[in-house]
Design a protein around this ligand. Structure first.
Ligand code: PLP
Length: 350
């Protein structure tokens, strides 16, 4: 007899990673096109030299540094193997089997996976026609079984953000014992001042957890490090349910070094934002619908033509991320890479 697996795993959606195609430009995973800074690479190398030793299980130095950076109590921090791991730890920390996790759809594709693997029920609330979180409908979707609501702000893959008024109106409707997770993976790319800083809101609301990552702006997607800022009891729970030694020594060292060079990294983020503005205006000129993005990527709601578009882009040596039947997400690369993509978008038959 074959080994018995969980019955519900058949319903587990696969996380579709952006493809890497030799000889093609990758604009599929919202990574920055630049490698880690030289000083960060040095820190990684030094940490790797002690690779025979286990990492600091408590991530002490990085936690202290992040606490100082954000002006918060280190007891409110949990560092994880990317913020995606923390998404799973959040479900494990607040959900009993059958509890509900509410999130917008389409949004970050990890949410349904962590809900299901955490034995919770995923409740998907459609985005508005403008590809923005429908916070009223999300508040309406909260039941007695709801323990956690993910608000991805700005949203992956649509790039859209909710403003402070809308988020506050939503928070006022969420019961105080239901956790609201503000996933701010793209915070460093936000240029609209109306988009709230989750960390400021977390000072006011005891049911907010903010997720940040070193994968995007800090250019460390391959090193795997992210963090949660949460009420102290929840932060302790997140650390408690973590896989031991989840954050490697090179990852801890890289994150620390990146924080030392934040100005330089943020200057390059501004470059990515400029590329997104260029992509948005040129694509609109070409006749594409492009929702306003507050991230380092754009969303093309191409519906049934999403796959065809991505195949056309690939023929033109550009890898984009298609969500079949829904749309295509394109990350800002270097100017040359964006030029290549825009040429492909221009030659797509419509
Ligand atoms: C990229 C991304 C993350 C970051 O994931 P890591 O595990 O930290 O690499 C988290 N949330 C969203 C919405 C993202 O797009």
């Amino acid at each position: 007899m074959p080994v018995r697996l969980r019955d519900d795993l058949a319903a587990l959606p696969a996380y579709v990673a952006g493809r890497t195609v030799p000889g093609a430009v990758k604009l599929a995973s919202n990574e920055m096109p630049l490698p880690p800074l030289p000083a960060v690479l040095d820190a990684i190398t030094r940490a790797a030299e002690a690779g025979n030793r286990y990492p600091d299980i408590a991530v002490t130095t990085l936690t202290a540094r992040l606490a100082e950076h954000h002006g918060i109590d280190p007891a409110r921090l949990a560092v994880g193997c990317g913020s995606v791991a923390l998404c799973g730890q959040l479900v494990q920390s607040v959900c009993a089997p059958g509890d509900e996790v509410v999130f917008a759809w389409r949004s970050f594709e990890a949410y349904p996976i962590v809900a299901l693997t955490g034995h919770a029920q995923a409740v998907r609330v459609p985005l508005t026609a403008d590809h923005v979180h429908d916070l009223d409908a999300m508040a309406d979707a909260i039941t007695d079984r709801t323990r956690l609501v993910f608000v991805c702000n700005p949203n992956n893959p649509t790039g859209t953000a909710v403003d402070e008024d809308a988020l506050r109106a939503f928070l006022a409707r969420v019961p105080s014992d239901v956790l609201v997770v503000l996933d701010e993976a793209y915070r460093e790319f936000v240029s609209d001042a109306r988009v709230p800083d989750g960390l400021a809101l977390a000072e006011e609301f005891d049911n907010i957890c903010v997720l940040r990552t070193f994968s995007k702006a800090h250019r460390l997607a391959g090193l795997r490090v992210g963090y949660a800022v949460a009420p102290p009891e929840l932060a302790a729970a997140l650390r408690g349910v973590s896989v031991p030694f989840a954050v490697s020594s090179p990852a801890q060292a890289a994150a620390l070094a990146a924080l030392e060079h934040l100005d330089e990294l943020l200057a390059d983020c501004a470059g990515a934002v400029a590329e997104v503005e260029r992509m948005t205006s040129e694509l609109r000129t070409l006749g594409y619908e492009v929702p306003p993005s507050q991230t380092n990527f754009v969303w093309l709601p191409l519906g049934e033509r999403a796959t065809e578009f991505s195949e056309h882009a690939l023929e033109n040596k550009v890898v984009v991320r298609a969500f079949a039947g829904d749309g295509v997400r394109v990350s800002a690369g270097t100017s040359e890479e964006v030029d290549l993509f825009l040429a492909a978008a221009g030659s797509f038959p419509r």
